[in-house]
Design a protein around this ligand. Structure first.
Ligand code: SAM
Length: 319
């Protein structure tokens, strides 16, 4: 029920509230919890009253609806409720007006600042000693691509994204939560089978078998086309880029990630590569010839454990 239509509080409610404020420790606690969220032990440190007493007051204030509690691990964090009704708000404003400038309230504020400062210091102290270990620790805790998982959030949420040469669907998996729709295309039925399995719980992903040189996608259908590690398998990359131009809407973007030129001839035999990477200059020429502009290029910083050739990333806009 919203506040405009809520029933007025009963006299019992009003008296309950009044009596919950008729105690110095409880008003001190409310003054503190209005400014910051605190745990019981932090409140004890500030008001310098034993934990059993503080806990009893917190229980009563919670019962009367003054506080909200957040549990995190073994800690409980208290703050003044954001959902106080207008009557309670008015009552508290009148009490606060009288008490906020008392010497005791002032002392509590000062102590509260140092308690919060000590809390912040804990994380500062951790990073001041762990800076050199952080990259490894981060990887152990969250894997090597955690920060990248965040980036698809830059999408508006309405875009149709083509993952062209989608393979087993890793990239599509990563984009789908933030895109309007993802269309994955690949020539290999075996790779697509893995992609379908990986993406079976996503209803905004469509997986299609097809060739980059003749995409099974209508003209102007895509807002974004991504070609990750695929063009070095294509006989005629310029032909594929022209086809990508056809399926992108005007102003749509192409993103390409591929290998820089390298000398590893064995990749032809071992992995079926048709191109030993590309030079950025030839790639830019192809993009412009295929009808793209605003070309931007970046060398991809290699991961320490990566054994393959260096990568580049390129983005351009369909004219
Ligand atoms: C190295 S995998 C990369 C897969 C995925 N993009 C990734 O980054 O993990 C290359 C994929 O491109 C597909 N592929 C190669 N040539 C293709 C073509 N001409 N048309 C469509 N897919 C192609 C392969 O079947 C394979 O799944």
């Amino acid at each position: 029920m919203d506040q405009a239509t809520a029933a007025p509080p009963s006299s019992e409610d009003v008296l309950g509230r009044l009596s919950s404020l008729a105690d110095e420790t409880r008003t001190r606690i409310l003054l503190l919890l209005e400014r910051s969220e605190l745990t019981v032990s932090e409140i004890c440190q500030i008001v310098q009253i034993p934990q059993s007493t503080v806990s009893r007051h917190l229980r009563l204030l919670s019962q009367e609806g003054w506080l909200s509690v957040r549990s995190e691990g073994t800690s409980r964090h208290y703050r003044v409720s954001r959902k106080l009704d207008p009557g309670a708000r008015k009552l508290w404003a009148a009490v606060r007006e009288e008490l906020a400038h008392s010497p005791l309230a002032r002392e509590d504020r000062v102590r509260s600042r140092s308690v919060l400062e000590a809390r912040a210091e804990q994380s500062r102290a951790f990073f001041s000693t762990q800076a050199g270990r952080w990259d490894r620790l981060r990887q152990e805790l969250f894997g090597s691509r955690a920060e990248l998982q965040l980036l698809p959030g830059l999408l508006e949420g309405t875009e149709v994204v083509g993952d062209l040469g989608c393979g087993t669907g890793q990239l599509a998996r990563f984009l789908a939560p933030f895109a309007g729709k993802v269309i994955g295309v690949d020539q290999s039925e075996e790779m697509l089978e893995q992609a379908r399995r990986r993406l079976s719980d996503r209803d905004n992903v469509e997986i299609k078998q097809g060739e980059l040189e003749a995409l099974p996608v209508e003209d102007g259908m895509l807002d974004i086309a991504i070609l990750s590690l695929v063009l070095h398998y294509v006989v005629d990359p310029l032909r594929a880029l022209e086809e990508v131009h056809r399926v992108l809407r005007p102003g749509g973007r192409i993103l390409v990630q591929d290998m820089q030129r390298h000398q590893r001839e064995a990749f032809r035999e071992e992995m079926g590569h048709l191109w030993l990477g590309f030079s950025p200059e030839e790639f830019q020429e192809w993009l412009e010839e295929a009808g793209f502009d605003s070309v931007r290029l970046a060398e991809v910083p290699p991961e320490p454990e990566a054994k393959g050739p260096l990568l580049f990333a390129m983005r351009a806009r369909r004219k």
